[in-house]
Design a protein around this ligand. Structure first.
Ligand SMILES: Cc1cc2nc3c(=O)[nH]c(=O)nc-3n(C[C@H](O)[C@H](O)[C@H](O)COP(=O)(O)OP(=O)(O)OC[C@H]3O[C@@H](n4cnc5c(N)ncnc54)[C@H](O)[C@@H]3O)c2cc1C
Length: 303
């Protein structure tokens, strides 16, 4: 069946779409069950990889490890473990990396991490620890055959004095061995396009994968955006205004916003997307379907 001219075809033209999903390690048995339901829902979409975050200051060290190790043991997914430099010596961090290596993990998302006092406070490297994210990338590469992804900031990191300084930071991570960057979320696609232009002009050629925040709760997303330096356009706030006590409409608007964003990025030639899932599958699953992705069973039936 072909789609009417005014609608998009279900298979988008050009290179295939690839997605990755980010989860956070659960705090309780109930949250763990919910996470695994989400993983089971999203896994058949055959993501490129799935990543598991590392709590501020290493607070989820065990839980991140356990979640990633379970992904290796019980699924065919390729997990990536996030890791930060905060609050630990090199030796401690190297032990975490060795633990991943021994568990069969081959991909780490290497980050500096937020200052111990939280975003906005001054960052100080841990005595005896890795000094910077680039330093950590180098350390991980020295410990095994890891793929190393890093962060990127289309609106620059709040601590960066300028875009040039920010992109110097990315260049240092690439020189240290990073092979992919995943961006902080953004809602205005022109910010991403301009950032990628700047990065390419600087001679950096690794993939810059857009991080897509599917808005599960607008108020929470806007608060988080303020802390991380991501801007929330007025038009976006306007779309969610008054929907605090109307979850059904909130969800439909969130799906519409994310669909608009990713399909516009597809029009700009983007084919890889990293979804911040907040451990919830429904909206992300729907957006992936709009991108033309199908679960394994349906792919086989259509072949
Ligand atoms: C995809 C993604 C995943 C993330 N996952 C996690 C996670 O699992 N756990 C977690 O705790 N946090 C996570 N974060 C947040 C991240 O830890 C924070 O943004 C942190 O403040 C910076 O770490 P970074 O590695 O992104 O920064 P870096 O890449 O090291 O730095 C970003 C830019 O900030 C500037 N900068 C860095 N340090 C300084 C300094 N001391 N002085 C002046 N400028 C400086 C540089 O210009 C640099 O280019 C994630 C962010 C992204 C985008």
């Amino acid at each position: 069946m072909t789609a009417p001219d005014t609608l998009r075809p279900s298979r988008l033209p050009g290179a295939p779409i690839r997605v990755s999903f980010e989860f956070f390690p659960p705090k309780s048995a109930e949250a763990e069950a919910a996470l695994w339901r989400s993983i089971e829902r999203l896994a058949p979409l055959d993501p490129d990889f799935v990543s598991v975050t590392y709590g501020a200051g290493g607070s989820t060290r065990e839980r991140t490890h356990n979640t990633v190790a379970r992904l290796v043991r019980e699924t065919r997914l390729k997990p990536a473990a996030h890791l930060t430099c905060v609050g630990a010596t090199r030796r401690e961090i190297d032990d975490v990396v060795r633990g991943y290596r021994d568990a069969g993990v081959r991909h780490v998302v290497a980050l500096r991490g937020d200052p111990a006092g939280g975003p906005g406070t001054a960052y100080e490297a841990h005595p005896g620890g890795y000094d910077s994210s680039a330093d950590l990338v180098r350390g991980i590469r020295a410990l095994g055959d890891f793929e190393v992804s890093v962060s990127a900031y289309p609106e620059k990191h709040p601590e960066s004095s300028s875009f040039d300084a920010d992109i110097d930071g990315l260049a240092a991570k690439v020189d240290a061995g990073a092979t992919r960057a995943i961006t902080q979320f953004f809602f205005d696609n022109s910010l991403y396009a301009r950032y990628v232009e700047r990065v390419r002009a600087r001679g950096i050629d690794i993939p810059i994968i857009p991080g897509i925040a599917v808005i599960q709760n607008f108020k929470q997303t806007a608060n988080f955006a303020r802390k991380t330096g991501a801007s929330v356009p007025d038009w976006l706030a306007d779309r969610f205004a008054g929907l605090e006590s109307d979850p059904a409409t909130h969800q439909l608007v969130a799906a519409g916003v994310a669909a608009e964003q990713v399909l516009d990025l597809v029009d700009q030639g983007v084919r890889d997307f990293h979804f911040y899932t907040m451990n919830r599958a429904e909206l992300v699953y729907a957006i992936c379907r709009l991108l033309g992705l199908k679960p394994e069973g349906e792919r086989a039936a259509a072949a």
